[in-house]
Design a protein. Structure first.
Length: 384
């Protein structure tokens, strides 16, 4: 087996799959990458058993074959090699006769194209040891513009929980209805939902009642790949979701369980609504948050006399206050909430103004993007 390709192509490919490979190198197969050499290309695959990423790059001078090598070492060689080109080939190990194993072993020789580059030798193993990679037929994939999907993810990803004991909240729910795609994230204390109407129908699963919940790790990997091509092809086969983006492919096991019906917590009507500058509210909350403490980061919001008052008061820490003028002059309302949750929402948006909606101190705060009628976010109240 052998190939030659641009050193920067291998380096970028390894960087894009880096989060799939365990941070600490181990002796397990998950610390390896699977390299497939074809006629005009080389693909590099990494898997953690739940998510799999495959990146293809063009190559020349190839001799086809498949092999697995240690991911971290291969990545470090690609970074450190002082050459525009990387030359990769395999040979029979020098001590092949003395190795008593059912495994097929190789010596992998890697070098650059010039005299200033080092020459490396590392061990490689037969691809049969690497986990099997599931496939999906092209007719099961739907096209979504990359820019659209990227925006939808950015406006919802912050609402994914970090608590493993509530596993269904560890991902974003993808819901398809004809040409309409909706993505929802929630951790039970906040929620973000966004919909887009596409040119073509979207099909996620033959079972319309099944929830398509994509794990947060796969979502973050998708964000790294999404600018690879103008269109993302996505589809579901059994319990795996597939994303194909140009020369990259991401396969992830769907999160098991029933995603909550988010529509039930969205207020049917709001008694208080007003619009204010997004940056002004974001700056005010960022300043007041200094005097909050984790995990609650509690801020008290008061609407009174045409003003919005923000107060953080943490015993043995201190207080912070901020006031903004608003176009609301109705009855006084006081409500507590987690400042971090509201800041996350505001930072995900690019609109000049947002609309806030309230009913009372026991029901959620609703945030609307004034430039996007198909987005909303909720922040649940806290006891003051």
């Amino acid at each position: 087996m052998k190939f030659q390709t641009g050193k920067d192509l291998i380096e970028k490919a390894m960087a894009r799959i880096d989060t799939i490979v365990p941070a600490r190198e181990t002796t397990t197969l998950l610390s390896n990458v699977f390299i497939t050499i074809e006629k005009d290309s080389v693909s590099i695959t990494a898997s953690d058993m739940e998510s799999t990423v495959r990146i293809a790059v063009p190559a020349e001078n190839t001799e086809q074959g498949e092999i697995i090598v240690r991911a971290k070492k291969f990545s470090e060689i690609a970074r450190q090699l002082r050459s525009d080109q990387i030359v990769f080939k395999t040979v029979e190990p020098e001590n092949a006769e003395s190795v008593e194993s059912d495994e097929t072993l190789y010596d992998v020789l890697i070098e650059g194209s010039g005299k200033s580059s080092a020459r490396y030798k590392m061990s490689g193993k037969d691809r049969s040891l690497f986990p099997a990679i599931n496939q999906v037929s092209e007719d099961r994939l739907s096209n979504v513009p990359s820019a659209v999907l990227d925006e939808m993810v950015k406006k919802t990803i912050y609402s994914i929980t970090q608590e493993d004991n509530r596993y269904i909240y560890n991902g974003l729910a993808f819901q398809a209805d004809g040409n309409k795609l909706t993505i929802v994230g929630t951790d039970g204390r906040r929620l973000a939902a966004i919909s887009r109407t596409l040119e073509n129908p979207v099909t996620l699963s033959p079972d319309a009642a099944a929830d398509t919940v994509v794990h947060s790790k796969a979502i973050r990997e998708l964000q790294k790949l999404i600018d690879s091509a103008p269109v993302v092809k996505l589809g579901v086969e059994q319990r795996d979701i597939f994303f194909k983006i140009g020369d990259a492919e991401l396969v992830s096991r769907l999160v098991e369980g029933k995603f909550p019906d988010y529509r039930r917590v969205i207020p049917e009507s709001l008694s208080i609504e007003f619009t204010l500058n997004r940056e002004d509210l974001l700056n005010a909350l960022s300043q007041v948050k200094v005097m909050t403490e984790p995990p609650s980061f509690q801020v008290r919001l008061t609407l009174e006399g045409g003003e919005l008052h923000l107060v953080a008061n943490t015993p043995q820490v201190g207080t912070a206050e901020m006031t903004l003028p608003i176009g609301y002059t109705g009855e006084k309302l006081q409500i507590g909430f987690n400042a971090t949750y509201m800041i996350d929402i505001l930072r995900s948006l690019s609109c000049e103004t947002v609309k806030l909606g309230f009913n009372d101190s026991a029901r959620p705060i609703v945030v609307f993007d004034t430039d996007d009628a198909d987005f909303l976010a909720l922040v649940m109240p806290m006891k003051i």
